[in-house]
Design a protein around this ligand. Structure first.
Ligand code: AHM
Ligand code: MG
Length: 320
């Protein structure tokens, strides 16, 4: 029987990769691990509980309706980080402004606590996305400057996909590793060590309902995908679409249009963390012309077009 490695063993084993590591990052990952298990449990019973299922009746900063599980996941991840102490402030998709902890923590976190939330009440995969940056400001409180660092400054990024099983995938800049939750023992076990993504794939993922609004270049790339008889796969949960394509090889696109030149997805807590992961796995992420990780954010909830996945496919989709 092959050796089973748990996420906690793995985190401890890898702590030495950081010169001068104090264990704060490890503790933070441990907090995410626990929050992930709780959200996974809640997501699994979402269909049973009328008070969890369905809209919470609030709108978030993007004017989208929040689902109850969004609010639950947001509160939970924030609570876990607040008690843990390594993080001094968080920017979340669900909060208009920075959430401060006033604890002197040396990291800031950006997160989408429950991505693809329109899929909750139809029993389709959803996810959590997170990104960790070193705090760069020196005053008593974290500032916007801490959050507006380019993605290349991330020290860790990851996601949790609540799918047919729950997986936590993360990188600290030394490759990408994936852990599957064994719900019978409540433990994440290393199931996908050193994940790499193929340079070429056969899956393209895009909301083709927007085809008529796309640029000529994007339309012609989609036409090429069809001519080559590639597979169209689009769940509408970024984490799940990204995860599948990472494993199998493919491209996920959310292009800009004349009406929404920056597309829909957010740079800080959707594009940047996934861009770090895809690059660590050998893939690429661009906004059509520029590397995502080089973009200098100007706003917390900034959107950007996203082309992410297998290297050759991203190059082909963005060549014109
Ligand atoms: P959300 O963060 O409000 O859930 O929105 C992001 C989601 C992504 O998960 C998904 O890829 C995309 O929106 C789908 O958008 P669309 O329905 O326009 O195709
Ligand atoms: Mg989202």
């Amino acid at each position: 029987m092959s050796e089973i490695k748990t996420l906690s063993e793995f985190i401890v084993e890898r702590q030495g990769e950081f010169p001068g590591a104090t264990g704060d990052l490890s503790q933070l990952l441990t907090a995410f691990r626990l929050a992930a298990k709780i959200v996974s449990r809640e997501a699994n019973k979402a269909g049973l509980l009328a008070d969890i299922l369905g809209a919470a009746g609030n709108e978030n900063v993007q004017g989208e309706q929040q689902q109850k599980l969004d609010v639950y996941a947001n509160d939970l991840f924030i609570r876990m980080m607040r008690t843990q102490g390594a993080v001094c402030a968080v920017a979340s998709e669900e909060n208009d402004d920075i959430v401060h902890f006033d604890n002197g923590g040396k990291y800031v976190v950006t997160m989408d606590p429950l991505d693809g939330s329109s899929n909750i009440d139809v029993n389709v995969s959803i996810g959590t996305i997170f990104s960790i940056y070193p705090r760069v400001s020196t005053g008593p409180k974290a500032t916007l400057e801490d959050f507006l660092q380019p993605g290349s400054k991330q020290i860790a990024a990851g996601y949790i996909v609540y799918g047919s099983s729950t997986m936590l995938v993360y990188s600290t800049g030394h490759g990408v590793n994936g852990f599957t939750l064994d719900s019978s023992i409540g433990t994440f076990c290393l199931s996908h060590p050193q994940m790499t993504t193929p340079a070429e794939g056969t899956i393209y993922s895009v909301n083709e309902g927007n085809y008529l609004d796309f640029s000529d270049g994007v339309r012609s790339y989609i036409d090429d995908c069809k001519k080559k008889r590639m597979s169209a796969r689009y769940i509408g949960s970024l984490v799940a679409d990204f995860h599948r394509n990472l494993l199998k090889g493919g491209i996920y696109m959310y292009p800009g249009t004349a009406k929404a030149p920056n597309g829909k997805l957010r740079l800080l807590y959707e594009a940047n963390p996934l861009a770090m992961l895809v690059e660590q796995a050998g893939g690429t992420a661009t906004d059509g012309t520029r590397r995502i990780l080089d973009l200098k954010p100007t706003e917390l909830h900034q959107r950007c077009p996203l082309y992410i996945g297998s290297k050759n496919m991203v190059a082909a989709a963005t060549k014109s």
